[in-house]
Design a protein around this ligand. Sequence first.
Ligand SMILES: [Zn+2]
Length: 504
Amino acid sequence: MVGDTANGPGPRRGRFLEVRFGAAMKRAVLVLIDGARADVLRDLLGRGELPNLARWVIEPGGGAIGVGTTVFPSTTGVAYIPFLFGRYPGSVNIPGIRWLDRHGADRARGWREQWRAARSYCGIQGGWINQDIAPAPSIFDLVPESIAICTPLTRGLRSGANRIPIRRMILGSAAHYAGTYPALDRAVARAWLDAVSAPWRFMFVVFPGIDGISHLKDPTHPAVLESYRLVDRALGDFVGRVQKQGGELPAFFVVSDHGMTVMREHCDVAVRLEREGIPTLRHPVHVWRRGARAATMVSGNACVQLYVEPRSGRPHPRSESEIPRDLVDRLLALPAVQLAACRDDSGGVIVRTRSARARLIQTSGLVRYVPEGGDPLGLGGYLELDDREMLSRTRETDLPDAPRQLLQLFRSPRAGDLVLAAAPGADFRGPWEIPEHRAGHGSLIAEHMEVPIAASVALPDAPVRTVDLMPTILERLGVAVPSGVAFDGVPFSRLAAITEPLLC
Ligand SMILES: [Zn+2]
């Protein structure tokens, strides 16, 4: 077998490593536990139920699990972009797991184009996210010796490096409707083990079970907790296999892409608009809605983006004065809505709650928060801060990193005219969804934005975003970032230095 001679232990394997990578080759594994909550992970660790995570990741990294922030909308796929591209979703023009292509939704276009325009990465359009992401190198491009297991984002992977794509599709569809996520997670664990003997420098391993079962049941349901233990056992098996083959352990990064909360209220904005007499284009079966005056694109399900007059053929998004004010007021009055945001007429972003309003502006490296009545983000008043200082200032609020996350989302011309983030306990899709989501994510609230970050390398003594992981991993691997490539994140090694003045 080719694999045995080329990849197994022995002289040829040693020569391969020496020639290809040099003696100081370093490797890294990024394990993405989709929907894992930092508090649940910490509880299980405290009870000694995740011994492999403790021993092989957290102890070598300094003994503590970190909590970072993800991106808005805090939803699967979209929130993978920071890990694999080092960019915010808005920076690469992906505003959500569902979004509307204004051009394609034009009423003059045919049914096929209208269906394509109502983008949803939740179904058969799932793979399109790879083409939709704006030109930018992925970590797979920069580290060609990469292997990925169970990921929807595959851009840059070499032939054969995307493991179990068929099983992901079949087991993933079955799991979505029948809840058989453990079978999918076990397939991931097996593929991870099988990949040990291949030549690789970077592995991206996704366990979707915790997210999937949480949606169906509850984020702390016994079946969900068992999924955490399954991931831990898979990690232990992987370490055992690497050691058995005489290999050095890679650097481990174990993360999640979003939090998760129980949903007590399904406030379907599309259904409400229809009741008000506003025909609304929406998924899954109303993407051809006749005479649509609005479109709703839901992510998570606790984020919804609204597009006004979606059939007009107008290619450009609308700013505040072009969005019916009474519509915004009616939506803000819904208890399910935490805040609304839209583009400011003169650049920047307007953020509103029921009783407050502020303007967010990015100018020459600084972020300005300008309250214009009340304090919608709860920051205590006017602020003008460097990006990382703003992150620090917002980190302990109910809406961590909200200024940066709203600004990055509206960088995408594809983002809706109006964006709503749900209040705790609420989402924006009705109970008609099959299966009904009893728990969810997607909003800007802390419970959805905070994610665990564990690493076998030291975490910085500063707030971390998920977008910082890719630069950190590249640095760890000794991979130079090509000139002209810019990341939104910062490697851990530079974070302490950047935030040092704050400590004075
Ligand atoms: Zn989810």
